[in-house]
Design a protein around this ligand. Structure first.
Ligand SMILES: Cc1cc2nc3c(=O)[nH]c(=O)nc-3n(C[C@H](O)[C@H](O)[C@H](O)COP(=O)(O)OP(=O)(O)OC[C@H]3O[C@@H](n4cnc5c(N)ncnc54)[C@H](O)[C@@H]3O)c2cc1C
Length: 429
């Protein structure tokens, strides 16, 4: 007997309700577009992350009508960078285009709040619905998805189909729909893997995030240098998100014994952090970070890719939330224009604005990031850079701007202009 398939319709179907999906849905709903979000899990749900939000992410959160300070999220004032025997404290710069503070917020809380905001604006959300495949029309153009919906109480599963004018893949690093369409990861883009755990710590309420550009397996400077970088991000409530990652310049991510490296590194961190096995909350968990637009094109045949699904994580610092939310806002702009056009050809022109916007914002910057990754994937080069560079405050302020995507895209001071030139001379690709 054939299974009965229920159908649902909307103008735009957003698959995945992380920061990319929530931002896309919010900006579409705000413009009165009928947008339906399908999410395989149910909120609140966790996502493995460092939970660090730069001023760029704060800007996107504000653009969704959420005031993070009123939400009570932990505000931070900048980054302490440690490496090569030096420590340097770098406050977020005062700028016209970005706020001068960052945040930390657990993803269980952040992601739920973001999607709630989209729903409050009129987006529809269906949870417990795992999208399986893209449906296409006779021209190969996306027109919906097939999914398996799970009834949470009975755990019964049901096949469903959803129809839409456009589909947006926001499914994160697995890029379910992009993969089905053959948009596989590019070999020449960096890929990182990172692992994190939460700890109770006396320094859990500090206002600076801490970044370690080197990992040592014993006393810093007198033991072996391990590949990778580490972080300690105070979350408030006496909790710290502690993690480490390693990046490789090609599609093949590094295959390191993360747990072993993590334990050795944590055991050698300064005692003031108070980190020990007894203070650990839950377990160490890892996940991939697809970088520098590792899936292309971001738009083709009615399917847009936003966030990790398009590999939008920054190769400079592993930040993926700000780019995902920026891209969601720009994807929504392009879709709003396309839906108002009178022919498919006209709508296609409007949608081509989306990949162009991404290139303008991140194209040159991420190309520069790829050069950066090729240099620092070797721990010895990283050591030399930190040893001779970190004690030069002016140089480090410049590097901080570069690593945290904190430079002005227009005008600004001398360091902004140097970065504008550098990102233009490297060929965006
Ligand atoms: C260890 C680690 C540390 C990190 N630290 C930071 C950090 O400090 N700051 C930062 O900015 N970034 C950080 N990142 C990167 C950041 O987590 C991602 O870039 C970000 O989550 C991307 O958002 P997204 O919405 O594209 O994807 P996701 O957040 O992964 O959301 C995807 C959503 O789609 C849903 N989904 C997946 N498949 C389907 C399907 N078939 N059907 C329906 N729904 C589906 C998922 O359940 C999920 O809700 C880190 C990543 C890792 C692994």
């Amino acid at each position: 007997m054939a299974t009965k398939i229920a159908k649902d319709q909307c103008q735009v179907l957003v698959v995945g309700a992380g920061p990319a999906g929530a931002a896309t849905a919010y900006h579409l709903a705000k413009a009165g577009i009928d947008v339906l979000v399908l999410e395989k899990s149910a909120f609140p749900r966790d996502k493995i992350c460092g939970d660090g939000l730069t001023p760029g992410a704060v800007k996107e959160i504000l653009a969704m009508g959420i005031n993070p300070v009123e939400e009570g999220w932990q505000v931070n004032r900048g980054l302490s960078v440690i490496g090569g025997g030096h420590r340097i404290t770098l406050p977020w710069p005062e700028k016209s285009s970005l706020p001068s503070y960052g945040l930390t917020c657990k993803r269980t809380e952040l992601d739920q709040r973001l999607i709630q905001q989209a729903v409050a604006c009129g987006a529809r959300l269906i949870e417990n619905t795992a999208v399986q495949d893209l449906l296409t029309d006779a021209d190969g153009y996306a027109c919906g998805v097939s999914a398996i919906a799970r009834e949470p109480q009975t755990r019964q599963k049901k096949n469903r189909e959803f129809r839409a004018r456009y589909v947006v893949d926001c499914t994160g690093a697995n890029a379910r729909l992009a993969s089905r369409q053959g948009r596989t990861p590019l070999n020449n883009r960096p890929m990182a893997v990172a692992a994190r755990a939460y700890f109770y710590s006396p320094r859990g309420n500090e206002e600076m995030m801490e970044s370690h550009l080197e990992l040592w397996d014993g006393k810093p400077g007198h033991s072996n240098l391990l590949p990778g970088y580490g972080w300690l991000f105070p979350m408030g409530d006496g909790i710290v998100n502690v993690g480490l990652g390693s990046v490789s310049s090609g599609a093949q991510s590094t295959n390191l014994p993360y747990k072993q490296i993590f334990n050795r590194w944590v055991a050698n961190l300064p005692k003031q952090w108070g980190l020990s096995e007894e203070k650990m909350i839950g377990s160490l968990r890892s996940a991939p970070l697809p970088m520098a637009f590792n899936r292309k094109p971001a738009y083709e045949n009615g399917l847009l890719l936003v966030g990790d699904a398009a590999g939008m994580v920054s190769p400079f610092n592993g930040e993926g939330i700000a780019p995902a939310m920026f891209a969601g806002r720009r994807a929504a702009d392009a879709l709003i224009q396309a839906l108002g056009r009178t022919s498919r050809a006209q709508a296609e022109l409007a949608l081509q604005e989306y990949p162009r916007d991404l290139q303008d914002q991140y194209g040159g910057y991420y190309s520069l990031g790829r050069v950066f990754v090729r240099l620092i994937e070797n721990p010895k080069i990283m050591h030399a850079c930190t040893k001779y560079g970190l004690d030069k405050p002016a140089l480090m302020r410049f590097v901080h701007k570069m690593l945290s995507d904190g430079y002005e895209r227009r005008s600004g001071v001398a360091s902004d202009r140097v970065l504008q030139i550098l990102t233009k001379v490297v060929k965006p690709s």
